[in-house]
Every structure is written in C-alpha cells, then in structure tokens.
Design a binder for this molecule. Structure first.
Ligand code: HEC
Length: 201
C-alpha cells in the first residue's frame, strides 16, 4: 500500500513539471495570478499563448490573459500621439522652498557651451531682464520701480552657487516670485549658466 502511495506521489510530481518554459503547468486558482481587468502595461496577445490554451480548452481562452481587444497589439496603454514633444529627460525638482542650503549643493547637469549661453541669454531676456536689467545690475525697467532687486555682482550674490540660483528661479526668494511653473527645468539650468557670467563682472 505504501509503495502505491509513493508511486502516485512521484507521478503527480513529474506530471506537474513541463518542458516548456512559458507553460505554467497546472495552475490553482489562476485568477490569483492573472489580472481579470486589463493590465495597463500588458502587451500579451492571446495568440501568444494560444497554443497552450488550445491544448487546455477548459482554461477558458483569454479569460485570464486579458489582452485588450480594442487597441493594436493588445495594448491597454496607448502610444503617445504622433509628433508629441517630450517634456525633457529631467527628474522633477523636489527640494522644498525652505531648503535653500541643500539646494546650493546641487550641480548643474548642463555643460556650458557657446550654444547654451546664446540660448540662455534669450531666455534671460524673456524672463528676467525686465527686473534684473541687461547686465544683472537690478536696473531693468520693472526693477527701477520694483525696488530691492539685488545686483548679481553684489557681495551678497556674486559667489552664489548654481544650485542656489536654480532654487531662487524655481521658488523665488524674498521679494522675487518663483518661476518654476513657467520655465522648464532644462531652461532654468541654462539661465543659471548665463547668470553666472553676470555674477563675475
Ligand atoms: C519681478 C521682478 C523679478 C523677476 C522677473 C526676476 N527677479 Fe530675481 N530678484 C528679484 C528681487 C526683488 C530680488 C531680491 C530678492 C530678495 O532678496 O528679496 C531678486 C533676487 C534674485 C537673485 C539673488 C538671490 C539671492 O540669493 O539673494 C537671483 C540669482 C535672481 N533674482 C535671479 C533671477 C533670474 C535668473 C530671473 C529670471 C528667471 C529672475 N531673477 C527674475 C526680482 C525679480
């Protein structure tokens, strides 16, 4: 009797193994493993696993492998619309406004070059010049009436690091408002490069 039990055990063990790597064999409660709603990132097509489903007709074709029948390639998430413009490859800037000492240690991810400085000058003229003035002396047309715009080459500002300036552009400081919602992260780092040239006058 004991031998028969052992033999049955061995047969069960062997028969639950399978030669095919992508065949899970007998699954107990398959809806525990396979999402019933469409998986947002799934690109599984029912045809991909059709062959083994065909050999297991009772498994319910496609019941637990929900490829999306409405979109191409069975995808649930759609490709971006053609000609979509990337917002850039920078991670969101998460340093809060009151942590400017920490921000000062952040390095500028952009290398300076003539091209970058040329572009940065245009951005500076668009977003900063009316307060800070052409040479960053705080004498722009708005700066003349909006008092208290510090000169970049003043003792207080001339040694400020790139991370510090980026933080001031993002969140503002004192009487200056933040520009984080208007200027992309990449463009802010470019403007920092240009401000650095004005600090050293
Ligand atoms: C509405 C006017 C205004 C605009 C626009 C403006 N700033 Fe300012 N900025 C100020 C004022 C005012 C201060 C002085 C802040 C204070 O200390 O109260 C200042 C200070 C600064 C400082 C010195 C910060 C420090 O540590 O003391 C930097 C650097 C700076 N601005 C960069 C910029 C850049 C770059 C832009 C453009 C993206 C810009 N600002 C746009 C008004 C402005």
């Amino acid at each position: 009797m004991r031998h028969i039990v052992k033999l049955i055990l061995v047969i069960v063990l062997i028969s639950s193994c399978s030669a095919r790597k992508d065949d899970p064999g007998v699954e107990y409660a398959p809806n525990m493993y396979h999402s019933v709603p469409y998986e947002p990132l799934s690109q599984v097509k029912d045809e991909d696993i059709g062959s083994w489903l065909d050999s297991n007709p009772d498994d319910g074709h496609g019941e637990f492998y929900n490829s999306n029948p409405y979109n191409p390639y069975g995808m649930t998430m759609r490709e971006p619309v053609e000609n979509t413009v990337r917002r850039g490859s920078y991670l969101p800037y998460r340093i809060p406004k009151d942590s400017i000492e920490l921000a000062a240690k952040v390095k500028n991810p952009i290398e300076s070059s003539d091209e970058v400085l040329k572009e940065a000058k245009i951005l500076y003229e668009r977003y900063c010049i009316h307060c800070h003035g052409e040479k960053g002396m705080g004498d722009g047309l708005v700066g003349q009436v909006y008092k208290g715009v510090t000169a970049y080459n003043s003792r207080a500002v001339k040694d400020r690091s790139e991370g510090h300036i980026f933080h001031v552009i993002t969140h503002g400081k004192g009487r200056m408002w933040g520009h984080g919602s208007q200027i992309s992260i990449e463009d802010r780092w470019k403007i920092v490069k240009y401000v650095q040239t004005l600090q050293k006058q």
